[in-house]
Design a protein around this ligand. Structure first.
Ligand code: C2E
Ligand code: CA
Ligand code: CA
Length: 888
């Protein structure tokens, strides 16, 4: 008899009592019978007990066959008053067979039991629905086609085990119960087990429920009872396993713990995800290398979420179509999953062309994208298919305020429903990533600014020196030679002065452009400052090679530069320093740069537009050359200072004016005299820049004293020849006065007599303009230029400064005193103020006073001093000083 046939056996009771006859189809596992209305089968008769009997379904362990057992009373041992009779014989408990007649105490109350096979569902329905089911059933039962199971069952009714089982209700339990022999043979399945695990009987010990359990040796488990969880399909069961030693049986009780298991899984997944989150955030914060941090974070995330791939896409304009596109930048894949990254398809994916504008908008607005192949838009589906994705979860990434790109979790083997925890994790991580991105961009930006020149985009000094020291190490280890070049544009200052700074900037850019085409990595071109470039070149075979390269670089200037309709011809000078092939004393990068610089000055002195290679003897070369080189950076390195020397009214001893005198605090030589370095600066053309700085400094300082309510005095500032000849001098002065807020009448500009008379008409013109500005003008070192006062009469002057050589000679040369007296008389007659310079002795002062020269400057009164020292003196004299009233 096959399994399905067995299952088709149906059990019926035809119940007869005071209510008449009823047909009951026995489907449940147990029934209680009695007069109490709470019974599942109510018997209508006062002669039966309230709980008269029970019907229990009993299942054969060998087959799926079951039958019913009638028990007098209940399983708790209470019996009925009048007893239960089967086929006329009183029983306590009996397995029923087809055709049995059960009587409940009295004959009028009885039930006929039938077990029928070959009864279809429909037939069964029909019977139960019939007008008189009992009649219909009895009719049907008489039919010939019905096979009746008369002797079905190997009855266990008398066995001890069966009674034991009965007492523990396994038949009634919802809980599946299985009993096996130690060897694995199944000896018992309760109905719940049969129902739940239909494969159990056929699969036997291969069924997941019994796996790793049999054959069982009692020694393998120390206790009588133990527990384990097994998985059957997608459900989880906790097994309580009892070992019945004497009977050599294992009795297994099973509870479906799928819901609990899922909850536990969720908790542990949440734990795992939270740990991953913490780890990833920590990594983003502490890992200095952005790329390494990203790789680690994706791996952590991938393992925690058990996805197959994680992608980070960056948004950018499509270079061809202009629309927005995205390109895969970083990717993590589980081993065995094909990566997307080297593939061209992962780059330049145009949102519009892919029809993914909606996704773009969703991500842009900070929302997540969730989808799988079966439940997304056709465009997204196509995208998923192309990349072999089953399910995707994506979230946008911001860099500051900009929608930078997105990150997505992908499964490639199975579709996934994303849990809330996974969504939360991705959301949090995306915001951490966004912060890291912003930080990374800011850092890259800062790093770029710190290492590059803003105007030309070239490496700056810092980056150049960094590269140089790396290259030095490298070439040393390879026994190679390396060259550093210093390139300086010839007469760039002139171009700047003539055509303006912005034009100069353009020229620098154009020069950069030309040089860049000649210098390729690993060689490096850098802007050192101003019009100076440095070049790093390696490896270099020998001196002649680098000289040839040097000339090639200079030939880049052969063609003029076309700038704003100007054709600019310019040249450059080049100094080269080359490391020695096996030098015993190792040069530092700084030393090499210095050598190249010295070589550059050699080239300049050779008449420019040439290059020169540093030779060891150049090192001990002229101190002037070195000083000159240092002077170039003196201003930007803050080594220059302005000192002030007071001018004193001889009648009152009060301070009437201050002369600004430049000082250079050289790092190794100490104070360098302006007499030494000003001519140098003048020659090199740096004096314009330096002079402008002095002027600004002096005006600002003067204004500062005034606002501090100290006595207002005239500030004298020296102008050199070159400064004076500068086309935009008047403009510069005007601008500085405006920006410092100093009233022009407190500024006096000094030019020497020789400067004044060199081109008198030019001087006249410039002085007129300066005069119109309202500033005072004075002739410095008067008497040394042998010019007649008549010529100076043409100029709008305020002051004559008698050169200190006259004052020095006063004592020993009587003629000089007459000359000085004459100068003073003449000067006064022209309405000029007179200042005697270099007054060191009281007699000199006395004499000057006697000839009506009332103002003097010299060590007798004050030496040139710092602004702070002047402040103290001004404070002291405040109140009792008589000030020179400015002449208007
Ligand atoms: P100068 O314009 O004739 O300045 C006066 C010089 O005489 C200053 O020398 C001052 O220190 C010095 N001196 C003042 N009183 C006495 C004294 O009693 N005895 C002696 N022996 N010397 C005295 P310093 O400061 O060395 O400046 C030298 C020259 O450098 C200045 O001569 C001036 O031509 C030039 N110079 C100084 N500062 C500047 C500046 O900012 N721009 C320009 N273009 N030239 C400057
Ligand atoms: Ca002076
Ligand atoms: Ca002077």
């Amino acid at each position: 008899m096959s399994q399905s046939d067995l299952q088709d056996i149906r059990h019926f009771l035809v119940m007869s009592d005071l209510q008449g006859q009823r047909l009951i189809c026995l489907n449940a596992t147990s029934y209680s019978l009695g007069r109490n209305p709470k019974n599942s089968i109510v018997i209508y008769s006062q002669a039966v007990s309230r709980h008269h009997a029970m019907l229990l379904r009993v299942t054969s362990p060998e087959s799926n066959l079951f039958w019913f057992r009638i028990i007098d009373g209940g399983l708790n041992g209470q019996r009925s008053t009048n007893g239960v009779y089967v086929n006329g014989q009183r029983v306590l408990s009996r397995d029923l067979r087809h055709g049995d007649l059960v009587e409940f105490g009295v004959q009028a109350v009885k039930a006929d039991y039938f077990a029928l096979t070959n009864l279809s569902n429909a037939q069964c329905e029909d019977l139960l629905q019939a007008e008189d089911p009992v009649l219909a059933f009895l009719d049907f039962n008489r039919g010939e086609h019905v096979t009746v199971i008369a002797e079905p069952i190997a009855s266990l009714e008398s066995s001890e085990a069966s009674i034991l089982r009965l007492a523990s209700f396994p038949e009634l339990m919802e809980m599946p119960v299985v009993e096996i022999e130690f060897g694995g043979r199944i000896t018992y399945l309760n109905p719940a087990a049969l129902n739940r695990f239909p494969q159990l009987r056929t699969q036997g010990q291969h069924h997941p429920l019994l796996q790793k359990l049999v054959p069982f040796t009692p020694a393998s488990e120390p206790s009588q009872t133990w527990y384990r969880t097994v998985q059957v399909d997608d459900r989880y069961f906790e097994q309580t396993i009892h070992c019945l030693d004497e009977s050599e049986l294992l009795r297994i009780f099973m509870t479906d713990v799928t819901a609990r298991h899922q909850a536990e899984q969720e908790v542990s997944q949440r734990d795992r995800l939270m740990r991953a989150m913490a780890e990833a955030t920590q990594c983003l914060l502490t890992e200095m290398n952005h790329t390494a941090a990203l790789a680690k974070v994706l791996a952590i995330l991938g393992e925690a979420t058990e996805v197959d791939r994680i992608c980070i896409y960056e948004n950018h304009p499509d270079p061809e179509q202009g629309h927005l596109a995205m390109s895969l930048r970083t990717e993590w894949v589980r081993p065995g999953i094909p990566p997307l990254l080297p593939q061209a398809q992962s780059q330049n994916r145009n949102y519009t062309a892919l029809g993914l504008q909606d996704c773009y908008q969703t991500l842009l607005h900070g929302q997540m994208i969730q989808g799988s192949r079966s439940d997304s838009s056709p465009a997204l589906q196509a995208f998923l298919e192309q990349d072999g994705i089953q399910s995707i979860l994506g979230q946008g990434l911001m860099c500051g305020l900009e929608f930078w790109g997105h990150i997505s979790l992908q499964t490639c083997q199975q579709p996934r429903q994303w849990s809330r925890q996974e969504c939360d994790l991705l959301l949090t991580l995306a915001s951490s990533l966004s912060a890291a991105l912003a930080r990374h961009h800011a850092e890259a930006d800062i790093r770029y600014r710190a290492t590059h020149d803003v105007l030309t985009g070239l490496a700056n000094r810092a980056l150049f020196t960094e590269h140089l020291s790396e290259a030095l190490q490298h070439t040393r280890s390879q026994q190679q030679q390396l060259a550093v070049m210093f390139l300086d544009l010839d007469r760039f200052k002139d171009i700047n002065d003539r055509l303006g700074h912005s034009f100069g900037d353009r020229l620098l850019k154009a020069v950069t452009h030309r040089l860049q085409s000649l210098i390729v990595a690993p060689n490096l071109l850098a802007r050192w400052g101003g019009d100076e470039f440095t070049i790093l070149m390696y490896p270099i075979a020998d001196e002649s090679t680098i000289l040839a390269i040097g000339h090639q670089i200079l030939s880049a200037f052969d063609q003029p530069f076309q700038l704003q309709h100007h054709e600019i011809h310019t040249s450059a000078s080049l100094g080269i320093a080359l490391t020695q092939p096996n030098n015993h004393y190792r040069l530092t990068g700084d030393q090499l740069i210095r050598q190249a610089d010295v070589a550059l000055y050699k080239a300049k002195n050779l008449g420019r537009n040439t290059c020169s290679l540093y030779q060891p003897q150049d090192g001990s070369g002229s101190a002037d050359l070195e000083l000159e080189r240092d002077l170039r950076y003196a201003l930007e390195r803050g080594q220059l200072e302005v000192f002030y020397q007071p001018q004193v009214n001889l009648l009152t001893q009060g301070i009437s004016g201050l002369e600004a005198l430049l000082r250079w605090r050289h790092p190794s030589r100490g104070m360098v005299s302006p007499g030494l370095f000003i001519p140098m600066a003048e020659e090199r053309g740096w004096i314009t820049e330096i002079g402008e700085w002095v002027l600004r400094e002096a005006c600002t300082q003067a204004r500062c004293w005034q606002t501090a309510n100290l006595p207002s005095v005239v500030m004298s500032v020296n102008l050199s020849l070159r400064q004076f000849r500068q086309p935009n001098l008047v403009e510069t002065v005007h601008h500085i006065l405006r920006s410092s807020g100093l009233d022009p009448r407190y500024l006096e500009l000094e030019i020497t007599e020789s400067v004044a008379v060199e081109d008198l008409s030019f001087t006249q013109h410039v002085l007129k303009e300066l005069h119109d500005l309202g500033v005072r003008l004075s002739i410095d070192d008067f008497g040394t230029g042998y010019s007649s006062l008549n010529r100076l009469q043409l100029l709008p002057l305020h002051t004559l400064k008698i050169d200190q050589s006259f004052i020095r000679d006063l004592a020993h040369n009587a003629k000089v005193s007459h000359i000085v007296a004459a100068i003073v008389t003449l000067g006064r007659s022209l309405g000029l103020d007179l200042i005697a310079e270099g007054v060191e002795q009281p007699e000199q002062a006395q004499f000057l006073k006697s000839i009506q020269c009332h103002t003097a400057q010299g060590f007798l009164f004050h030496r040139p001093m710092s602004a702070d020292a002047v402040t103290a003196i001004l404070r002291e004299t405040q109140g009792h000083s008589c000030l020179l009233s400015p002449v208007l």
